[in-house]
Design a protein around this ligand. Structure first.
Ligand SMILES: *Cc1c(COP(=O)(O)O)cnc(C)c1O
Length: 397
């Protein structure tokens, strides 16, 4: 039924302008302060933001860089990972997780994800380890922390470095500790749509290892320790000073924004319980920050189209697993290698979720998912919903 309401109602996937309108005076003030000081490269704003973000994560050091992928790559390079080395990560992630490994010269070795959390299945790591393995890169996908205890146990057993890809998990907690403090080092992205987003690209490496923080500082700035004294062939991968000024303001709001995301997620859980779609779960060890709210549906593409017709935007994160991307043909993987990642890639749908979303928007989206009747024949994945043992709150039972 097409009513006046459905014609008017639009739910975007994200609304960055809504956030800016609340912060406009503070942000404008901070930007004009940087412009007046005309100190555009590194300097005070970057240093203070690094300290504030390190404190937020519960680590000793943070080093701002130009994007999340650089943060991952420079963290790996700080541990001298490169040609001839292997790094274990997941098939179900944004391509940057694997590319950061490749760009050091090392080889990404992929493993599948856990059916409940969509993050690294630690039981698959042993089989992926060879004498060349140097590190494990778990990805806290969608803002849900990985089960780190088994990952760290394996890392200890084999003497491996653990570098968290926390690019979607600013503020998430695992057993009460923040993402970013759970391995040897971690990388965050400040891409505008992330839970903490800049007004452009940005990223940061966090660690409690002073030596590693210093290495990243040197690598991001032409390999110099002192001006014009280049100790290694480094890069220009610095965090922009204007972005640091913006991020300092936004960091003050991050916990509040993450709380709003949690409320929206809980409302989705409740309103979608008993529907044809599989809602995301929260492991008992996790306090996720809902970078994305990802459901699974048997008729995913038809559902996305149905929602789009009703003015509701959605996304797919990610429609093609890393091992099936043409860019990674050379790794020699084939269809069937990572069945969970492959199956989920065809079922996942990300619903609108951002702090400024109105509860009535969540209701509108959920209502229209409940109303969706696929016209194509085919089974539902309700049976799997039950096998995932999800209770009405979306908690793993
Ligand atoms: C966004 C993202 C990255 C890369 O961050 P950029 O800032 O875009 O380079 C890496 N890994 C994951 C999981 C991400 O979501």
């Amino acid at each position: 039924m097409v009513t006046a309401r459905t014609l008017q109602h639009k739910v975007p996937f994200l609304d960055l302008a809504a956030q800016y309108s609340v912060l406009a005076s503070e942000i404008d003030e901070a930007i004009s302060r940087v412009l007046r000081e005309s100190s555009f490269i590194l300097g005070r704003e970057v240093e203070i933001f690094e300290k504030e973000f390190a404190t937020f994560c519960g680590v000793e050091y943070a080093v701002g860089v130009d994007c999340g992928m650089s943060a991952l790559e420079l963290a790996l390079r700080a541990y001298e990972i490169g040609h001839g080395d292997e790094v274990v990560t997941v098939a179900n992630s944004f391509i940057a997780s694997a590319l950061a490994i490749s760009h050091t010269g090392a080889t990404p070795v992929l493993v599948d994800v856990d059916r409940q959390t969509y993050t690294i299945d630690a039981s698959g790591i042993h089989a992926a380890i060879t004498p060349r393995t140097k590190a494990i890169m778990p990805v806290h996908l969608y803002g849900h922390p990985c089960d780190m205890d088994p990952v760290r146990k394996i890392a200890e057993q084999y003497g491996l470095i653990v570098i968290e890809d926390a690019c979607q998990a600013h503020g998430a907690r695992y057993q009460g500790k923040r993402a970013g403090s759970l391995g040897h080092a971690a990388a965050f992205s400040f891409y505008p749509s992330k839970n903490l987003g800049a007004y452009g690209d940005g990223g940061i490496v966090v660690t409690s290892d002073r030596h590693v923080a210093e290495r990243v500082q040197i690598l991001r700035n032409y390999g110099q320790r002192e001006k014009y004294q280049h100790v290694v062939p480094g890069y220009n991968r610095r965090l922009d000073t204007l972005q640091a000024a913006v991020l300092r303001i936004k960091l003050c709001h991050l916990d509040t924004w993450n709380d709003a995301r949690r409320r929206h997620a809980k409302l989705y859980h409740r309103l979608l319980a008993g529907s044809e779609v599989v809602t995301p779960t929260e492991a008992s060890y996790a306090d996720p920050v809902w970078h994305l709210y990802v459901i699974r549906a048997a008729h995913r593409d038809a559902l996305a189209k149905h929602l789009s017709n009703l003015g509701i935007a959605s996304g797919m994160h990610y429609p093609i697993p890393i091992h099936l991307q043409p860019a990674y043909r050379n790794l020699g993987y084939k269809k069937g290698d990572f069945p969970v990642s492959e199956q989920y890639a065809e079922q996942i749908l990300s619903l609108p979720l951002y702090p400024e979303l109105a509860p009535s928007d969540v209701e509108y989206v959920a209502e229209n998912i409940q109303n969706f009747i696929p016209t194509m024949p085919g089974g539902s994945i309700q049976a799997e919903t039950l096998s995932n043992a999800v209770d009405g709150t979306g908690n793993l039972s």
